[in-house]
Design a protein around this ligand. Structure first.
Ligand code: NDP
Ligand code: HSE
Length: 431
């Protein structure tokens, strides 16, 4: 081990940053042995230096002057979140020659190319394992372990908050809002949980995964994204009755000459391995030409698990810095385009609220047939007799495989029927 220490600046001391500060403090000796040089935590940038903090960390380290910290650091760990000022600060660190670790998927999914180019230009390392699936090592396997293979599809549960909510709705009958509040209390949710619930967080991760898996540059704008806010207790119960569970899946797959990247709620059979992913756990399936099917599973969110991924990056890039090895440059040479969702083929379950009268089912079935969509099953809910007004009912249709485009045309026509009140849900079905 060298006698020299190297300087570490930590930006952020929230759910993840506080755990990183704890590990840097408590494990200082062990980290020094693993890295071959002593990391010196020179400061922690926060917004409010008077807030109550973890007492194991020296209170004198907290500062609001992030720029001064960055300029003095050899390694910067960014755990503040959001686009600005995180982007400007990371660019400042890289151009100043500091290696950077970040877990900021929102930033990477929007400005990843810019940040990677800045790192390449400065010849320093930019690492972000924590940005996808919390503690699960998935980005390094995609970038390094599978570097000699050809990945064809990545499919996974990449958001802990929504998995926690859907699992609670499925297993305990919890209401959506109660399950979300509990996920926030446990530190799984983003500062603004809309990013979780609307699927944007999973979409950001899907863009990062697709970029590495397919050696191309994708942003969150390339991802088709649907969230779980519209999933009702009725949808969950209907899925249960048919032997399915609803999960928010992220899918990145080769599609002709391009890559289709999408996030949406999906019905999966209860015997599917992803169906057993509970609470805030994540799981990522990778399918490749030579390795076949691989599955990565573990805690997808939370302070300590995410800090584990941050520290893995930190130790790896610090060792490289101490040894003087070159940084790994960008590998996005394939330049594949993102493809449109319209031609993706899937099975669907469709919920319709309709008038309960002669010929309604037959008319709906005819519209499906007219659009070339074959119905696999159809189920009508038995409602109590109505005292007044026309009786109404809910029907659920499961289709055979069809395209999104075809289903859209079908449902536009069905919605216009006078006997159809509304389409209550459209959820894809995975085998
Ligand atoms: P928190 O909201 O819990 O913490 C954010 C921290 O950053 C706080 O300490 C806050 O200071 C500080 N901060 C925010 N803005 C600024 C600013 N402009 N200048 C200085 N400090 C600032 O976030 P998390 O710890 O949950 O997340 C951090 C990052 O890690 C995010 O990018 C997130 O997406 C990512 N991530 C989070 C996971 C999780 O499970 N929570 C999992 C994987 C990735 P103060 O304390 O004074 O308010
Ligand atoms: N809010 C994110 C989630 C944190 O729930 O998965 C981990 O990225």
């Amino acid at each position: 081990m060298t006698d020299r220490s190297f300087k570490v600046a930590l930006l952020g001391a929230g759910t993840v940053g506080s755990q990183v500060a704890r590990i840097l403090t408590e494990d200082a000796e062990e980290l020094a042995s693993r890295i071959g040089s002593r990391p010196e935590l020179i400061g922690i940038a926060v917004r409010d230096t008077t807030a109550a903090r973890d007492t194991t960390v020296d209170a004198a380290l907290y500062t609001t002057d992030a720029e001064a910290l960055i300029d003095a650091a050899d390694v910067v760990i960014e755990l503040t979140g959001g686009i600005e000022p995180a982007r400007t600060r990371i660019l400042r660190a890289l151009s100043g020659g500091a290696a950077v670790v970040t877990g900021n998927k929102a930033l990477l999914a929007k400005h990843g190319t810019e940040l990677q180019r800045a790192a390449d230009a400065a010849g320093v390392q930019l690492s972000y394992e924590a940005a996808v699936a919390g503690a699960i090592p998935i980005l390094r396997p995609l970038r390094d372990s599978l570097a000699g293979d050809r990945i064809t599809r990545v499919l996974g549960i990449m958001n802990g908050t929504t998995n926690f909510i859907l699992d609670a709705m499925d297993s305990t009958g919890a209401q959506f809002d109660d399950a979300l509040a509990e996920a926030q209390r446990l530190g799984y949710a983003e500062a603004d949980p809309t990013a979780d619930v609307e699927g944007h967080d999973a979409a950001a991760k899907a863009a990062i995964v697709a970029s590495l898996a397919f050696h191309s540059e994708f942003t969150i704008d390339d991802v088709h994204c649907e969230g779980i806010r519209e999933i009702s207790a009725d949808d969950v119960a209907a899925a249960q009755a048919d032997g399915y569970v609803i999960k928010l899946l992220a899918v990145c797959e080769l599609d002709g000459e391009g890559v289709n990247i999408r996030v949406h709620p999906t019905l999966i059979p209860r015997k599917h391995p992803l169906a057993s992913v509970r609470d805030a756990y994540n799981a990522v399936f990778v399918e490749s030409r030579d390795a076949g099917e691989l599955m990565f599973y573990g805690p997808g969110a939370g302070g300590a698990p995410t800090a584990s991924a941050v520290m893995g990056d930190f130790v790896t890039l610090s060792r490289r810095k101490v040894l003087g090895g070159p940084a790994i440059p960008d590998q996005s040479h394939r330049n594949l385009e993102a493809t449109s969702l319209s031609r993706v083929v899937s099975r669907y379950t469709v919920g319709l609220h309709v008038k309960d009268k002669l010929g309604v089912l037959a008319r709906i079935a005819q519209v499906f047939a007219d659009h070339g969509i074959s119905i696999q099953t159809m189920h009508q809910t038995k409602h109590p007799e109505h005292e007044a007004g026309e009786p109404e009912t809910t029907i659920r249709i499961v289709t055979h495989r069809t395209t999104d485009e075809r289903l859209e045309g079908t449902l536009a026509e069905i919605s216009a029927l006078p006997t159809v009140d509304r389409v209550t849900s459209i959820i894809r079905v995975e085998n």
